[in-house]
Design a binder for this molecule. Structure first.
Ligand code: HXC
Ligand code: NAP
Length: 261
């Protein structure tokens, strides 16, 4: 396993699902891990799980849409533990809605959580990053390049994250900071897939849309995250790495069938 002993890792949206899986993997690899999300009870439960792994952990109850709160959490982490080595931006919101039924505020809510939230996390981390050496990783989705019915808000927000990734990679590369993203496919036992595929019929349609014919696991994503943030990937920046069993290869038609449209 990649060694992160004494490295400082901050995971926005790290209190459940895929992002908690990533936070736990970094903790198992020796890192000090801070997590941030809105609900205090989720923050407390996540930090307890991280401490049970054996390392140092801390948590912050804050909304990624609140730049000052995010900035304060990052500053407090750096003040306690020193320069930040890894920043993960994974907070997101999702639900199914046809564009015609979606209010402007509903569209804005998802764009604000996913895209503005990612900008806030990455931008606010800048003064606290280890330079050179820090690595930033956002969690995007195949919807960032596959137009997907019922997902116009997510498609727009995740596409924006991909461009934030590439643009920051260019601006911050000179400081020795790498900026990448992972685009997961459908991942088992997650809030995301319980919303996108709530029935067994929908789950089967999603599974059929994946060339490897299975949902991914949280470990599939955390392994990729540990590798992409490590020295083993030291010449990689500005990439959006699909970890999706090939789902994106099927293109929009496969996603559309999975959505039962
Ligand atoms: C239509 C909806 C809606 C729904 C909320 N809204 N739910 N519109 N269908 N199901 C509308 C509301 O009516 C309101 O608009 C606006 O959205 C904001 O709603 P709030 O409840 O005030 O928003 P907020 O409290 O900020 O909550 C954000 C949220 C919520 C996104 C709506 O679901 C949330 O907090 N989700 C976080 C957890 C989550 O979604 N996890 C899954 C991520 S997975 P009006 O006009 O009435 O004011 C993921 C997977 C991607 O992203 C890819 C998988 C392959
Ligand atoms: P999840 O368990 O709902 O994770 C979302 C996390 O973000 C939670 O910790 C949540 O905690 C936090 N969060 C949500 N809104 C927030 C806000 N405004 N401010 C701060 N924190 C916020 O969902 P998941 O399915 O594991 O998804 C995790 C990531 O993977 C997301 O970026 C998602 O788009 C991406 N993804 C998922 C799949 C999948 O199959 N599930 C596929 C592709 C991409 P609080 O509620 O406490 O805020």
């Amino acid at each position: 396993m990649t060694d992160y002993t004494n490295k400082v890792v901050f995971v926005a949206g790290g209190t459940s699902g895929i992002n908690l899986g990533i936070a736990e993997a970094f903790a198992r690899a020796g890192a000090k891990v801070a997590v941030l999300s809105r609900r205090q009870e989720k923050v407390d439960a996540a930090t307890a799980r991280l401490r049970a792994i054996g390392g140092e952990a801390r948590g912050f109850a804050a909304d990624v849409r609140d730049y000052e709160a995010v900035s304060a959490a990052l500053a407090a982490t750096a003040a306690d533990w020193g320069p930040l080595d890894v920043i993960i931006s994974g907070a997101a919101g999702n639900f199914l809605s046809l564009a015609a039924d979606l209010s402007a505020n509903a569209f804005k809510s998802v764009v604000d959580i996913d895209l503005l939230g990612t900008f806030n996390v990455l931008k606010a981390s800048w003064p606290h990053l280890r330079k050179p050496g820090a690595t930033l990783l956002s969690i995007t989705a195949a919807q960032s390049w596959l137009p997907t019915p019922l997902q116009i808000h997510v498609c727009a927000a995740k596409a924006g994250i991909d461009q934030v990734t590439r643009t920051l990679a260019m601006e911050w590369g000179g400081a020795g900071v790498r900026v990448n993203a992972i685009a997961p496919g459908p991942i088992a036992d997650t809030e995301g897939m319980s919303r996108l595929a709530p029935t067994s019929t929908a789950q089967q349609a999603w599974t059929d849309s994946v060339p490897l014919k299975r949902y991914g696991t949280k470990q599939d994503i955390s392994r990729a995250a540990l590798w992409l943030c490590s020295e083993q990937a030291s010449f990689i920046t500005g990439v959006v790495l699909s970890v999706d069993g090939g789902v994106a290869l099927g293109g929009s038609s496969a996603m559309t069938r999975a959505m039962s449209l």
